[in-house]
Design a protein around this ligand. Structure first.
Ligand SMILES: [Zn+2]
Length: 439
């Protein structure tokens, strides 16, 4: 490591951070206090690498059951963990336990002492603030709680809302969306106009409560291409057919119910027209889907091109560098004023890919369009390890540019400040004091 790297890296800790994407519990006291360190740390990411390495889902489940002594459960995982230890996910967890608990990595000889330390912080009030504020210098995190964005700790979070059910028609728990709309908005949404009226009411309500962006995570279930040529008549007919099906069956008869693709496409365009009128931000999942087994081509960010063109007042914040489509993301952000690049999750998907992509972005894209960090974790501890890796990645790329003579040390820090703080604050219109003010 060069002297320049160490100087840049040292300065990054002083920069305040706006974390663009988390899935943490909305309040610390909503944390699951029945799990131990393996149950929590294997709730996602590392578990996906372990399964990719060959661990069965049955063994993974056994490894998380607290009734069995943790040392015995560790033995089920150990060979797989060692194969995954050097991936971004493995390194993020080792960095986490080193930084938060002073423990030298997750191993057979450290797992028991780590679990003791973990259980102490799990039950200690103030751990969320300790990690986010004191250890990470995160001033605010955008919280993606999937469905419930109305309750959140306003000191730490601002909510993001998924309008997904208004596009797909998927059930809201054990009720159909038609029932849910009737209960929440008093509308019998059995025609398209009623359905869209309910969407607008829900949107306005969420914006009043502090929602700072909408989220599209549909690349987990369908392609990101939303055809703009579906006619109103076709959509009306498909909607009427869907309503007939919903009225004849209970949600438990049709647990996987969703609208046909042409109707989803039509509704997405209608929703984006409303967002366009209001100048809202939509965060979009692009690239790798978390978990094991999916259709990667569904998530190609190039599929969004017609939306980017048709809704210039919607700000599209493209997530995860679109990995493995990171070059496409670069081209889109270079080409479209309404596209930004969000590095959330990407620092640990592949640190090497992130560094190469960021070196390209800084050469190709104005730096007011790059957002440096979103932990994208379900559990608090690893936000710390992820941010440490993000700072390493960013310091490494900035150092490379300084050494190439692209900019000097002071400008590197100026760019870092924009990426970690100024850009997300501006794009999401954040008011740190009042969660009721929106973009
Ligand atoms: Zn996420």
């Amino acid at each position: 490591m060069t002297n320049t790297f160490e100087q840049v890296r040292g300065q990054l800790d002083a920069i305040r951070v706006i974390d663009t994407h988390e899935h943490l519990p909305p309040y610390e006291n909503r944390r699951d206090r029945t799990v131990d360190v393996l149950g929590e740390y294997l709730s996602h990411y590392m578990s996906s690498d372990l399964v990719a390495a060959g661990l069965t889902l049955e063994t993974l489940d056994k490894a998380c059951r607290v009734e069995t002594p943790i040392k015995e459960r560790w033995l089920l995982l150990e060979p797989y963990w060692n194969w995954c230890r050097h991936t971004g996910y493995g390194r993020a967890l080792d960095r986490t336990v080193k930084g938060l608990y002073g423990i030298d990595g997750i191993h057979g000889h450290t797992i028991e002492v780590l679990n003791q330390a973990f259980l102490q912080t799990r039950d200690a009030p103030g751990h969320f603030r300790h990690v986010l504020r004191e250890r990470c210098n995160i001033e605010m995190a955008l919280l993606d709680a999937w469905c419930d964005q109305s309750h959140f700790d306003p000191e730490l979070f601002r909510p993001v809302w998924h309008p997904t059910a208004f596009v797909t028609g998927a059930h809201h728990g054990s009720t159909t969306m038609l029932q849910w709309i009737r209960e929440h908005h008093g509308i019998n949404a059995v025609d398209l106009d009623g359905w869209l009226q309910a969407f607008v009411m829900e949107l306005e309500g969420n914006l009043t409560k502090g929602t700072v962006a909408l989220k599209n995570a549909m690349a987990y279930e369908r392609t990101l291409y939303y055809d703009h040529q579906v006619t109103h008549t076709t959509a009306q007919n498909l909607f009427a057919d869907a309503v007939r099906v919903l009225q004849l069956h209970s949600p438990s008869d049709l647990p996987q119910f969703c609208f046909p693709k042409p109707l989803q496409d039509y509704l997405m365009h209608k929703i984006l027209q409303e967002c366009n009128d209001r100048g809202l931000v939509m965060q979009v999942h692009t690239g790798l889907q978390e978990g094991n087994g999916n259709y990667i081509h569904h998530s190609d960010p190039a599929l969004l091109s017609n939306l980017l063109l048709r809704y210039p007042n919607v700000h599209f914040d493209l997530f995860h560098i679109g990995y493995p489509y990171q070059n496409t993301v670069s081209a889109l952000a270079k080409n479209f004023p309404n596209v930004t690049i969000d590095l959330c999750w990407a620092h640990i998907i592949s640190p090497a890919a992130l560094r190469a992509a960021l070196a390209d972005y800084l050469d190709a894209v104005p730096y007011n369009k790059i957002m440096a960090f979103g932990g994208d974790y379900l559990f608090i501890d690893a936000v710390y390890g992820h941010l440490e890796m993000a700072k390493d990645n960013i310091a490494s790329v900035l150092t490379e540019k300084i050494e190439l003579g692209v900019f000097d040390f002071a400008e590197a820090l100026h760019i870092a400040e924009h990426m970690f703080y100024g850009n997300p604050k501006r794009v999401f219109g954040l008011d740190m004091k009042s969660p009721g003010i929106t973009c």
